[in-house]
Design a protein around this ligand. Sequence first.
Ligand code: SF4
Ligand code: SF4
Length: 435
Amino acid sequence: MALSDVAREAGIVGAGGAGFPTHIKLSSQAEFLIVNGAECEPLLRVDQQILPREKSIFLRGLQAAMEAVRAKKGIVALKAKYKQAVEALKGGGPHEIFILGDFYPAGDEQILVYDVTKRIVPEGGIPLDVGCVVLNVETVINIGKAMDGQPVVDKYVTVGGAVQKPSTFKLPVGTPVRDALKLAGGPTVEEFFIVEGGPNTGKLIPSLDYPIQKTTKGILVFPKTHPLWGKFSPDLSAVLRRAVSTCCNCRECTELCPRYLLGHSMEPHLLMKVLSWRLAEEDKLTEAYLCCDCGLCENYSCPMGLSPRRIIQALKQKLSEHKIPNPHRNKPSSTRALFSAKRVPTSRLISRLGLTIYDVPAPLSDVDYQPEEVILPLKQHAGAPAKPVVKVGDKVKRGDLIAEIPEGALGARIHASIDGVISTITSQEIRIRKE
Ligand code: SF4
Ligand code: SF4
C-alpha cells in the first residue's frame, strides 16, 4: 500500500498546526522534505522531548516519507537548545540536521522554508510551490506508527503555565482538558483562563470539557489578571474601538511582521489605517489573507498595545464569508532589507509577554491515563467533518474506525481512542464512555 494510503487510513493530520491531512502531502513530489522541529511557541515542550524518546519510529517514518515524496534531501530543523533531540539525530539516518536560530516564529512554515532552503514561498502559496513538503515531528512519528498499523489515537500535549506541575503527557485523543489539568496538579490560581496551543497563536478554551484534539500541542493556564487576558478576551468590539482611537500608524507592526520581511505585500499598519478610516480599499483589505496569525504584531511590536492580529483575523473571516478570494500571488525574489536583523529572539518575546515565571521545564510523564469519557470532534482537521460510521450503543475497541472521510472530500478519519461504548453522536462530535 502507498504511504499516502497508510496515512489516510490512520487518520494522520498535521500534529502542530491547522491539521492539514497528511495523506495529501504524501501524495506529492518534492525536492526537500523538511521536518519542523522548531517548536517556537513559548512554554511548549512536546517535539523536543518526544523526538529522542521515539527516535527509531521517527527515523522509520522519515525514511518512508522521503521515499514517498521522492525527496532528494530530508532535513530535520531543530534549535540548538533542544540538545537531546539534536544529539539523538546525530547518530545517523536518512536526514541532515539544520540548526535554527532561537527566534519567533522560526516554526512558521514559510519562514522555516526560507531559513532552510533560501527559497521564498509566493504569496497565497504553499511550501510545495518551491519544492518543499513540511511535516511536524509528531506527524512523522505518527507515520512511523501507522506503518505498524496504529492509527492516531493519542496526542502528546504540554500542560503548563499556572499549574502545580507543568508536564508533557501522552493522552488519548478526546481527553477533556479538565482531566489534563488534574494530571498536572491543577491550576495554582482561582480565577484563570486556558489557552489551547501557544500564547501567541493559541485560542481560548471555552470550557473544561473541551477535548484534546489531534492538533493540540499545549494546554496553558494563566491567571485572569495576566496581561495576556486582554489579547484573548472574547470582546472584539473593545479591541476594535481601542485600535481606531489609539493606532498612531507608526508602522512598527509592519517592520517586524515576518511575512512582510519575507517580501510579501503584508503591511498590517496600512490595514489598521484602512479600517480606522473606514476605507473600502479591497486590494488592501485582502492582504489580510497573507497574515500567518503569528501574533508578533500584538504581542511584541505595537507600542500602543493594540491587537492587529485579532482585527486581521476577524477581517479574514469576513472576507471568506463574503466569498472574496485571495488575489495576491506576488513571488518575491528577495526578502526585505534587514530580514535577519529584525528577527525577534524568543527570550525577549517571553519577557515582553510576562511569561518568564512560566518558562520552566515540562518533563515528559510516563502516566498511562484512560479517561472515563472521550469527546471526539468530527472536525479536528482542515477540510470537511468526518462522517460517523458507528451508532449509539456500539461497543468499540481503541483503534476502531468511528468516522470516515466523506466521499470525494478533503478530510481525515477518526478512530476510537479508548475501549468503550458510543454514548453520544451529534453533528459535531462522537463520545465514547469507558465500560
Ligand atoms: S504598531 Fe500599533 S500603533 Fe503602530 S501602526 Fe501598528 S497597530 Fe498602529
Ligand atoms: S499576526 Fe501580525 S505580525 Fe504576524 S503575520 Fe499577521 S500581521 Fe504579521
